[in-house]
Design a protein. Structure first.
Length: 196
């Protein structure tokens, strides 16, 4: 489940590049998925997985649970006063984006809020006292396979943000993201390659 260069990711024809212009792209990952047939969309895949394409490994879940425990203890996950009613990436949505989105902005999905969900591109956000982050999932059909992309954008919300991102980088890159992408592959194999 390789991490790809940011420049390779930015060459893809995705709405997110213009939509989050000016927001730093921190990570971009990809997993190749076998092609059972042409024309599969991200939306179709997400429906087949009940909008749960990610299932972290026990180690990754443990790290995420530890992070949320520490966040509760230090109050990191409480909304910032300025984000309770204000800054959200959804404020960048155009009328065309809203019309095209299959899910309205602001619908909660776990710890995240959906910004938009197009046929082959889904963007969600998380805002707290450590980061204002956006997570993108995208599916691109290739000649012989599909490529599932996962990217993370982070806007600084305080002086803590760069230190926080640096501290969690090894865990994100070595454990969490590879685990998430392995689970995408497993879900794809179980739903798209072996439909019931």
């Amino acid at each position: 489940m390789p991490q790809i260069s940011l420049s390779e990711f930015e060459r893809l024809p995705l709405r997110v590049h213009q939509f989050l212009a000016g927001i730093p792209l921190h990570d971009a990952w990809v997993v190749d998925l076998p092609s059972p047939r042409p024309g599969i969309t991200l939306h179709e895949f997400l429906q087949m997985t009940n909008d749960q394409p990610f299932r972290p490994s026990p180690i990754a879940r443990g790290l995420l649970n530890l992070r949320f425990l520490v966040g509760r203890v230090f109050g990191w996950d409480r909304p910032r006063a300025s984000t309770q009613t204000g800054p959200t990436f959804a404020s960048r949505l155009t009328r065309a984006d809203r019309a095209r989105s299959l899910t309205p902005a602001g619908v909660r999905e776990g710890h995240f809020l959906i910004i938009y969900e197009f046929e082959n591109e889904k963007l969600m956000e998380l805002a707290n006292r450590t980061v204002h982050a956006a997570a993108l999932s995208a599916l691109v059909e290739q000649e012989t396979c599909y490529r599932f992309y996962f990217a993370v954008y982070v806007r600084n919300v305080s002086r803590l943000t760069p230190f926080y991102m640096a501290a969690i980088a090894p865990f994100r890159r070595l454990i969490v993201y590879p685990s998430l992408l392995r689970s995408v592959r497993e879900k794809w194999d179980g739903t798209m390659m072996n439909p019931k």
